[in-house]
Design a protein around this ligand. Sequence first.
Ligand SMILES: Nc1ncnc2c1ncn2[C@@H]1O[C@H](COP(=O)(O)OP(=O)(O)O)[C@@H](O)[C@H]1O
Ligand SMILES: [Mg+2]
Length: 275
Amino acid sequence: MSFELRNVGLVHPNGQRALAGVTLSAARGERIAIIGPSGAGKTSLIRILGASLRPTDGTVNILGLEPWQLAARGLRQLRSRIGVVHQSPPIPARQRVITAVIAGRLGQWPAWKSMLSLLYPMDIAGPREQLARLDLADRLFERCDRLSGGQLQRVGVARVLYQSPELLLADEPVSAMDPTLADQTVNHLVSEAATRGVTVAASLHAVDLALRWFPRVIGVRAGSILFDLPPVKISDAMLHDLYASETGYIPTQDNRPLDLHEPGTPRVILPSHKV
Ligand SMILES: Nc1ncnc2c1ncn2[C@@H]1O[C@H](COP(=O)(O)OP(=O)(O)O)[C@@H](O)[C@H]1O
Ligand SMILES: [Mg+2]
């Protein structure tokens, strides 16, 4: 088991309820997309899975441990086994790309190595390889504040793949990329997870990306899970329900019409492994 949430609820300090009665588990190596309208609770859910936010109700088990029963040191160790791609990567503006990628591993290294590597990159080949596969090899020594939002998001992806966590979480990781790049990047992330047998859970704004690349898609609305299904079982009606759209609006990349295949036709294209 990679994670297990039982009856999880979350009320933010201002009284705003973000999640209610969420029960959800994933076996090791599962690839899960989380979709739903803005404000549905996707980010809250990802943060609970990342052991960075403590729910107000229910129990949480991540990688075999209950994060909120652990002492500080245990919690830190658990978090170092989890990798998160943020929508806006929290990267210091003047930091160089290589340092940002290396930062992915700092939690796993002894303190002396972490501190030294902030001054002096202690590994160049590793970060370069991850960046090259995202078409950013020539940006290795660039300052992060010279990058576009989409490039910065790809640095976030390179960082998490370099970190090589046991549980990989991503919160709208490609929201600032154009459709082609977003598609390639999600493909890369999911293929890498599949190759390594790593569990991945990613929230996505665009439904087409979720249906194309993930064998399991969870629809979240108003803090609860509406469906948890393989893409072939997801109907147009369920998506309209999820987005509660009287206008028929379902968010896709570039607002392309959603190509829902005939029922029973596999819609998940198996990721091709790049060599
Ligand atoms: N830090 C916070 N403080 C108060 N309310 C919050 C906070 N973060 C999120 N919320 C509220 O919780 C609900 C779920 O938000 P969120 O998890 O960010 O949804 P999503 O990522 O699907 O847009 C929303 O109603 C949002 O306004
Ligand atoms: Mg969000």
